[in-house]
Design a binder for this molecule. Structure first.
Ligand SMILES: Cc1ncc(COP(=O)(O)O)c(C=O)c1O
Length: 393
């Protein structure tokens, strides 16, 4: 039977988190494994109003086939927002609406990657990117992610010695670690990349979930010739609408991305595009985002406090300034995958680090999501994990 399937699908692993979520969804289990936004943040009433309004206003148009690049007013609104937030000057023609930013990964892979081409990835890196890119059979070139961004010597060494097409990075509140690149490293990376013909993909679903202060400028967006920025409404409005976008000023790249999208799905769900646009123009989006970030900041601080209280001292962890995840390291060398087997017995789950690495297994790291559990559940789950971890002191 395997003779029927393509080499690329046989070499691509199913998403680890989606598999554990499936296995545990019917149980009364405390899950820190998913990456789900908190459903109490979904603006249900406002979306219901928008839904009625767009049908009333635009009638058959919201149900008709549409353009591949996406609904023009929405692309203009996205451009205006980047100008307001970062002073970046994008035109609607630099923006293509995608079916989640996840589709951006697939399209970039289709447009740029031949079998064996190099993709530089943060290590640990976003497992959805590893999965999407795996389908194009690239050579993954991991570069160590440090507290303030990737290791610069490793990055430069890889660029100097290997054939690389893409450097994929999540510069703000990264998935899985919650880490953010410092301003200094962003500038240093930009200087390095200027010397090479490599496409920088900055995947940024989380910068709006910033607990305090301002977001740093992007590494390459609007500044490097081969630069692509991904964004999404998944974390700030609703993930189920599957509305993301790809931005690049590189006209050749955009033309090919558009062709690849035509072949994939013709265009992104047009009802969802009208809906989100209407929601954004009729509501105070900034206020909505402020509400979500306050909620997530509180949930992350409850998790951090509980970890400090219940975890043994051999566990260190990141303390994210935004986003949805934190990352723990078991400094006694315990493999997180072994810990998961025990945690499942106590009805609590997390993602062991393994699927976030392309070259390592049985790692001593793990990802914890804090956005989709109530505060009392967070404390109870961490307490249970702490009890297991204490068996290894
Ligand atoms: C870094 C990163 N990129 C992309 C995605 C996919 O998001 P979307 O819902 O926009 O497809 C996620 C979702 O968790 C993510 O963490």
């Amino acid at each position: 039977m395997n003779d029927l399937f393509s080499d690329r699908i046989l070499k691509t692993k199913a998403s680890f988190t989606r598999e554990i979520l499936k296995a545990t969804e019917s149980n009364d289990i405390i899950s820190f494994a998913g990456g789900l936004p908190n459903p109490i943040s979904f603006p249900l009433e406002e979306l219901a109003k928008s839904s009625a309004r767009i049908i009333e206003m635009h009638k058959d148009k919201v149900f008709q086939y549409s353009t591949t690049e996406g609904y023009l007013p929405l692309r203009q609104l996205i451009a205006d927002r980047y100008e307001k937030r970062f002073g970046l000057k994008f035109l609607p023609e630099d923006i293509m609406i995608t079916t989640g930013s996840q589709q951006g990964l697939d399209l970039v892979g289709k447009v740029l990657i031949n079998k064996g081409d190099g993709i530089i990835l943060e290590e640990p890196g976003y497992l959805g990117a590893i999965q999407a890119f795996s389908l194009f059979e690239p050579t993954f070139l991991p570069v160590t992610l440090e507290e303030d961004g990737v290791n610069l010597e490793e990055l430069e060494h890889i660029l100097r010695t290997q054939s690389v097409k893409i450097f994929y990075s999540v510069p703000n509140y990264q998935n899985p670690t919650g880490l953010t690149y410092s301003l200094k490293k962003r500038e240093a990376i930009r200087k390095i990349l200027e010397k090479y013909q490599v496409v920088l993909v900055e995947d940024d679903p989380y910068s709006e979930l910033c607990f305090d202060g301002e977001s740093y400028p992007y590494i390459g967006a609007d500044q490097l010739e081969y630069s692509v920025l991904f964004g999404t409404f998944s974390k700030t409005v609703t993930p189920g609408m599957r509305l993301g976008f790809v931005i690049t000023k590189n006209k050749a790249l955009m033309k090919h991305l558009n062709t690849a999208k035509q072949g994939s799905d013709l265009h992104t769900n047009i009802f969802a595009q009208y809906l989100i646009y209407d929601y954004l123009v009729h509501n105070d989006y900034e206020k909505h985002i402020t509400k979500i970030t306050a909620l997530y900041k509180q949930q992350s601080s409850v998790m951090l406090d509980a970890m400090d209280r219940y975890f043994p001292s051999y566990v260190s962890h990141t303390a994210p300034l935004g986003g949805m995840f934190l990352w723990a390291t078991l400094n006694n060398g315990l493999a997180a995958i072994d810990l998961l087997a025990e945690a499942v017995k106590e009805n609590v789950i997390f993602v062991p680090g393994d699927p976030f690495y392309t070259t390592k297994e049985r790692v001593n790291t793990l990802r914890l999501n804090y956005t989709n559990s109530e505060e009392t559940t967070i404390v109870e789950g961490i307490k249970r994990l702490g009890a297991i971890l204490h068996r290894y002191v």
